[in-house]
Design a protein around this ligand. Structure first.
Ligand code: PGA
Length: 250
């Protein structure tokens, strides 16, 4: 019923030629094999056009990793949702913990980004997740719930239906420490319950991805859980072979 999704988040990795090579390898790895798993590549801004040309017509989705909270104008260095759309993106990662942590991304700013992304018809991949400290204090459900409420609850059900949510415990990102399948499942079920309290049945159709040291060796166990609809993959998305192997883990 829900779309299975494996999305790569390349972060600030690869030069343009390296990214082109990686995209070609992903494409070569899946070519000719129809699959019910939606693949998305989350690439740096500089790579969007070139990677877009390579994956054009393949069914692979193209995501940016951020967008501006303003529509256009004198905001040096920013990239708007409409620019992303015009460059060929269909998706945009919003609220990644690295942006929240290092670039002062607030819920308020994310509300603006989300609205602009949706106005342009971009599908947001909206990230939530708690820190280790918050989990150890037993606050993880509350923290994630408020991230969902403060931002996604500004949408109407029609728009909410197209949002992809990614649960990424901060302590599991790039650390090699994966949440256990049980920990991930219970948080995903909680997120879906929170979404259902606002959007009703729409929540049943929303894909919720797990992210945080997801790799070929643990993807199968995670994806087997009822509320885990795929993954947002950082490190392992930089190797085409690993990325494809994760996509085959359902
Ligand atoms: P990781 O990153 O797979 O390298 O832990 C995931 C993410 O931050 O999206």
């Amino acid at each position: 019923m829900r779309t299975k999704i494996v999305a790569g988040n390349w972060k600030m990795n690869t030069t343009v030629p390296e990214g082109v090579e990686l995209a070609k390898n992903v494409l070569a790895g899946i070519s000719g094999k129809p699959s019910d798993v939606m693949l998305i590549l989350g690439v740096p801004f500089t790579h969007i056009t070139k990677v877009g040309e390579i994956i054009s017509g393949s069914g692979i989705g193209l995501a940016a990793q951020n967008c501006a909270d303003k529509e256009s104008g004198a905001y040096t260095g920013e990239v708007s949702a409409s620019m992303l759309r015009s460059a060929g993106c269909g998706y945009v990662i919003l609220g990644h913990s690295e942006r929240r942590q290092y670039y002062g991304e607030t819920d308020e700013r994310l509300v603006a980004k989300l609205a602009l992304a949706m106005k342009e018809g971009l599908v947001p991949i909206f990230c939530v997740g708690e820190t280790l400290e918050q989990r150890e204090a037993g606050n993880h459900f509350n923290v994630v719930e408020s991230q969902v409420r403060n931002v996604l609850f500004t949408l109407d059900p029609v728009h909410a239906a197209s949002v992809i949510v990614a649960y990424e415990p901060v302590w599991a990102i790039g650390t090699g420490k994966t949440a256990t399948a049980e920990q991930a499942q219970e948080m995903h079920a909680h997120i879906r319950k929170v979404l259902a309290s606002k959007f009703g049945e729409v929540a049943d159709g929303m894909s919720i991805l797990y992210g945080g040291s997801c790799k070929p060796s643990n993807a199968k166990e995670l994806f087997a859980r009822p509320d885990i609809d795929g993954g947002l993959i950082g490190g392992a998305s930089l190797k085409a072979e690993d990325f494809i192997s994760i996509a085959k883990s359902f």
